[in-house]
Design a protein around this ligand. Structure first.
Ligand SMILES: Nc1ncnc2c1ncn2[C@@H]1O[C@H](COP(=O)(O)OP(=O)(O)OP(=O)(O)O)[C@@H](O)[C@H]1O
Length: 240
């Protein structure tokens, strides 16, 4: 059941804890993300960013705590949640021996998308990969594979995108293309990146994670790149 307050919220994370071999990766993380909001998560290596995104993406179970996505519980309604999220992670989930078209058609069919071929061509065009649509993925550069992964995440028109360092491998032109896609209104975005500058271009709100804890949560309107950088270095102990 979707509660009334949850209509406005895309994601509610409460007291999330995740431990690997007795080592805490997330310590009591709580966050709410409004529908259509763009939240960017910064943090040094090992801060827990990927762990948090994997849990939200239903790819990993939390140790304790709760997550609700558009009112659905991660515990009980993972299938409903998967229909609503698009995920770009460190793994491409693409089959090297298949072409871009064949890969995406496979996923489109999994999602029961009507007229899958047309939808595939549409998302491939969005990431400017049409000239290579019939080439096997194994022949693609890292950046080209990333573009196809981004296309995959958009196939089922998800209302929420979970993006773990989506700029990985992308050249400047591709970053500009993808960023303009991400800035489109309506979609909720939760993204991690190591680039404070690029993150701030998209974010409505930023979170800094350090050692598994949220150490800063701030709206972007009250934050310049310089102040974000200063807070980041002060709060994480990272060197500039
Ligand atoms: N599958 C796993 N098994 C054991 N430890 C893990 C596993 N996944 C993550 N960790 C540990 O959890 C902590 C958080 O890792 P995580 O990958 O979430 O960090 P991150 O903020 O995404 O880092 P990066 O910026 O390097 O991608 C790290 O100490 C990491 O070693």
């Amino acid at each position: 059941m979707v509660g009334k307050d949850e209509k406005e919220l895309a994601v509610t994370v409460s007291q999330l804890v995740k431990t690997f071999n007795h080592r805490p990766a997330l310590k009591d993380v709580s966050l709410t993300i409004g529908r259509g909001e763009k939240l960017v998560i910064f943090g040094p290596n090992g801060a827990g960013k990927t762990t948090l995104l994997k849990i939200l993406a239903t790819l990993m179970k939390p140790g304790s705590g709760t997550v609700r996505i558009e009112g659905y519980s991660l515990d009980q309604d993972a299938e409903q949640i998967r229909r609503r999220i698009g995920v770009v992670s460190h793994q491409s989930y693409l089959y090297g021996g298949l072409t871009a078209f064949e890969n995406l058609e496979f996923y489109a069919k999994l999602h029961d998308i009507p007229n899958p071929g047309r939808k595939v061509r549409e998302v491939v065009d969005l990431v400017a990969m049409t000239p290579r649509i019939n080439d096997r993925v194994v022949t693609f550069s890292r950046g080209m594979q990333q573009r196809v992964s981004i296309a995959r995440s958009l196939l089922h028109d998800p209302s929420i995108l979970l993006l773990d360092e989506p700029e990985t491998g992308l050249d400047q032109a591709a970053i500009a293309t993808v960023w303009s896609l991400l800035r489109e209104r309506g979609r909720t975005i939760i993204m991690t990146t190591h680039s404070l500058e690029r993150g701030l271009e998209i974010a409505d709100r930023v979170v800094i994670l350090n050692k598994g804890r949220v150490v800063l949560e701030s709206s972007v309107s009250s934050m310049s790149l310089a102040s974000c950088r200063q807070s980041y270095f002060e709060l994480t102990g990272a060197r500039s």
